[in-house]
Design a protein around this ligand. Structure first.
Ligand SMILES: Cc1ncc(C[n+]2csc(CCOP(=O)(O)OP(=O)(O)O)c2C)c(N)n1
Ligand SMILES: [Mg+2]
Length: 573
């Protein structure tokens, strides 16, 4: 068999993992990589109209598939993808970002090439790419085989992106050494626990559990990223400890789970959920809840760090979840979260589950002839979501409302609550849909967010996906008014007012064939459009006219100050 070139080897090695698509935009320095994808019978090129869209699509794909590939060209392409790749790092999605670079001859001779500042320096942006990744590799024919093993190991161990740069001349040379034939993602090797540290961690956790009377679990989104939902369920079943989900973990387990208390979001939680979580004598933070504003109701969580055990993906901290996200009394590592879950399932005591009321679905609202409001929109969304759906919500008031929808068993939920980049949703659903075509993707997105990445609609149509897109047209960057404390429509800032597009005409203009596209204003029209969308096998695009006459209630001043801390601290008198 012919020895593969570096570019062919990289593509082949990543295909071994069970990744089936490559998101990207081609470019001259990346031609060897693009050609290797083109020639592969295991990977399909998914061309996006810009690199940010491609990165968001890779994010959506990686969440479902376990990992994704993004291909961009030198500087202009890689830089355009950066905000999306950085988001993957925050949200813990392994993405192999492959960047084609000028040949080593050009770099050595300091040739003034395009896609640079024209100063002969073809290397000055390394740092930007490296901070977006957990590991970086600059491939040569000699190091390609071992370096690929290293970055695959890191990406899967840390569930974060890696940066792989390939100079164009090296990309075309045969690799040195025996190519590795890899295994699918689920079997791929990642870091393992140190036996002594694991014993130490278990002894510490069991000692605390032994004294606890009313423990609760706060599971983090990383459990989904490491594919450990079954292990979490086994642990919950063995111990009877109830759990509440912070915002980023929405949809982690079925919401009909008998131990599911509801969402925990500090002072923004339902009272009984908050009482149980904050009244617990031990909080097991499994997965490492990020002590960030979206996960703590804008820092209104009242959980003493001394009551917390944090089981992070690779280490355990006793007394963590502090504002700094760490500094526990003791820490143990490397210890894999899956080993802790397995050991706890075997050894942890059984607890008496407290009684609590189950979180209620959003009630019906809005007379049929009335205009759609935020309240009636989310009430209809609640009715609409089905077990086979993946509900994707973009940052904005749409995410706030969608997060309150009670998910029927089987329905999945995705949002990028930590990175919080608007425009992510439209672009991400391309990847979400391709990763699992058996599911129906339902996107809830605001008009402002949509304007950032709307051209992904053309790509979604081109590749024949069938999402149901619910575009919330309120004419403003609505949530911005909420977080500046304004609930008066007359006082909306100019910079929060949007150009008024005729959104429902976009799919047709972008070449999407046979899409059901409609603009609705009343509850009856929305209801009819949703029912029709459900009966159609193809994509639907429903523009919901909300008007900006009404804004959602603004956050109270004390919450705003807790969140943003912009006032000068009082001086001691
Ligand atoms: C990439 C990026 N740019 C800017 C912001 C700041 N931002 C956060 S929410 C938001 C407004 C979202 O408006 P829209 O999508 O219309 O949703 P609405 O709140 O009106 O429902 C903006 C501009 C951001 N989060 N991400
Ligand atoms: Mg809006």
């Amino acid at each position: 068999m012919a020895i593969p070139t570096v570019a062919e080897y990289v593509i082949d090695r990543l295909a071994d993992l069970g990744i089936r698509h490559v998101f990207g935009v081609p470019g001259d320095f990346a031609f060897p990589v693009d050609d290797a994808v083109e020639a592969s019978d295991r990977l399909t090129w998914i061309g996006c109209s810009n690199e940010l869209n491609a990165a968001y699509a890779a994010d959506g794909y990686g969440r479902i598939n376990g990992a994704a590939i993004l291909s961009t060209t030198f500087n202009v392409g890689a830089a355009a993808a950066l905000a999306g790749v950085m988001g993957c790092k925050a949200e813990r999605v392994p993405v192999f970002h492959i960047v084609g670079a000028p040949s080593t001859r050009l770099t050595r001779s300091r040739r003034h090439m395009h896609h640079s500042y024209g100063d002969g320096n073809l290397d000055q942006f390394r740092g930007y790419n490296e901070v977006s990744a957990c590991a970086s590799a600059y491939l040569t024919p000699q190091n390609a085989v071992p370096e690929m093993e290293r970055v695959i190991f890191e990406a899967l161990s840390q569930r974060m992106p890696v940066y792989i740069q390939i100079a164009e001349d090296y990309a075309l040379m045969p690799v040195v050494g025996a190519p590795v034939r890899g295994v699918p993602l689920a079997e791929a090797q990642t870091f393992s626990s140190n036996a002594e540290e694991l014993d130490g961690a278990m002894a510490a956790i069991l000692a605390r559990l032994g004294k606890a009377k009313s423990p609760v679990v706060l599971p983090a989104y990383t459990i989904a990223r490491y594919g450990l939902q079954k292990e979490l369920e086994a642990f919950l079943a063995a111990t009877g400890i109830p759990f509440a989900t912070p915002a980023m973990s929405k949809g982690l387990l079925f919401e009909s789970h008998p131990l599911y208390l509801g969402d925990y979001n500090g002072e923004m939680s339902q009272d009984d959920v908050r009482k149980i979580v904050e009244g617990a004598d031990l909080v097991l933070d499994i997965g490492g809840v990020v002590y960030c504003d979206p996960d703590t109701g804008a820092f209104s969580a009242h959980i003493e760090s001394s009551k917390v055990i944090t089981i992070r993906p690779d280490h355990v901290e006793i007394g963590a979840l502090a504002e700094t996200g760490g500094r526990g009394d003791a820490s143990y590592g490397p210890v894999h979260m899956k080993d802790i879950l397995a050991a706890l399932t075997r050894q942890a005591p059984k607890f008496k589950t407290p009684s609590f009321s189950r979180p209620a679905p959003i009630p019906a609202a809005g007379a049929s002839d009335n205009k759609v409001t935020d309240t009636s929109f989310f009430s209809q969304l609640q009715q609409f979501i089905e077990p086979g759906d993946t509900l994707v919500a973009d940052t904005g008031t749409g995410d706030l409302g969608a997060s309150a929808v009670r998910l029927p068993d089987g329905a999945q939920f995705q949002h990028a609550a930590l990175w919080g980049c608007i425009g992510w949703g439209t672009a991400a659903i391309l990847g979400v849909g391709l990763a699992d075509p058996s599911r129906r993707v339902v996107l809830v997105q605001g008009d402002g967010a949509h304007q950032l990445t709307a051209n992904q609609i053309g790509t979604i149509g081109h590749y024949g996906l069938n999402p149901i897109i619910l575009l919330r047209n309120n004419g403003v960057f609505g949530i911005e008014e909420i977080v500046m404390g304004n609930s008066d429509p007359a006082k909306i800032k100019n910079y929060d007012r949007l150009p008024l597009w005729q959104y429902h005409k976009l799919p047709e203009a972008m070449g999407c064939r046979d899409w059901f596209c409609v603009s609705v204003e009343t509850n009856a029209e929305l209801d009819a459009a949703l029912k029709k969308a459900r009966t159609l096998p193809g994509a639907s695009y429903i523009e919901v006219q909300l008007g900006s006459e009404k804004l959602l209630p603004a956050l109270p001043p004390e919450a705003l100050e807790r969140l943003y801390q912009v006032k000068a601290p009082k001086t001691a008198s």
